[in-house]
Design a binder for this molecule. Structure first.
Ligand code: BTN
Length: 258
């Protein structure tokens, strides 16, 4: 069971995680925090669940995570300052925070995959699902869902990308409380940089993205495009260089192409 006291002594954020909800089981931490009628509205609220009965991934995929072994949680953001042109940067800020936490605590070498997967040794260790609700054309609340595989050693099923966990990479179990605290401390720092130094976030992210400059395929709704991963634009969209043009990609699964 997650030990809140142990986590609380290690987290030193001002906003993120100061309102902390713990649940043995929910359908999906993202769905719960997105729903305004659940009455959790304060900036930086975290909902951590030991088990999700309907955990969701990107593109309506199911997110499987063994009970009590990993970190499955969501962060609520309500401050309008993140919801403008820089909205997409939240994907990079989040995946980068996970990468920094894994590097700093366990010296794991991470790789980032557009838009927001975190990989270790070519395998997926963390998935991120960013969702929002709007009133008219104004974003009202944003929920960042994070599924970080920590102490799970066995993964069964069919996966788009082979999963791994911190335990599988290190050969030993680790302290989930310490990892969550490090991740949130880092996330809050990076969030503050979103306004003052967004270029630094993009640079740190790109430094960990091995596919930039490489031949890739991007698949979206059964349609696959091939080209060179030229760069990211300032809003975080992928620029794909095809024969005679540069195409802006908003969504899709990216893989290395032969
Ligand atoms: C993906 O890689 O497709 C994204 C996976 C996101 C999973 C997390 S677990 C916590 C939060 N609640 C959900 O239902 N999904 C996200």
């Amino acid at each position: 069971m997650f030990n809140f006291e142990s986590f609380d002594t290690k987290v030193d954020t001002e906003v993120i995680g100061r309102n902390f909800i713990y649940s043995e089981e929910v359908e999906s931490t993202n769905s719960f925090l997105l729903n305004k009628s659940n009455k959790f509205n304060s900036e930086g609220t975290i909902l951590l669940a030991e088990k999700q009965s309907k955990g969701r991934g990107r593109k309506e995929r199911v997110w499987y995570s063994a009970k009590g072994q990993n970190l499955t949680f969501s962060i609520l953001l309500t401050s309008k300052k993140y919801f403008g042109k820089k909205f997409n940067l939240l994907n990079f800020a989040t995946s980068l925070s996970v990468a920094f936490a894994l590097e700093n605590l366990f010296q794991l070498k991470t790789e980032l995959k557009w838009p927001n997967d975190v990989l270790v040794n070519g395998k997926k260790i963390c998935g991120i699902l960013l969702e929002s609700t709007s009133q008219g054309n104004k974003i009202e609340r944003v929920v960042i869902g994070i599924g970080l595989n920590v102490n799970q050693a066995l993964f069964q099923g069919n996966f788009n990308l082979e999963p791994t966990s911190v335990k599988l990479e290190l050969g030993e179990s680790v302290d989930r409380e310490k990892l969550l605290a490090e991740l949130l401390n880092t996330f809050e720092e990076i969030l503050q940089k979103m306004e003052s130094k967004p270029d630094e976030i993009m640079k740190d992210w790109k430094d960990r993205c091995n596919l930039i400059g490489e031949k890739i395929s991007v698949t979206e709704e059964g349609n696959t495009k091939y080209g060179i991963f030229e760069d990211l634009d300032e809003e975080g969209f992928l620029l794909l260089k095809t024969k005679n043009k540069i195409e802006k990609i908003h969504f899709g699964d990216v893989s290395a192409a032969q």
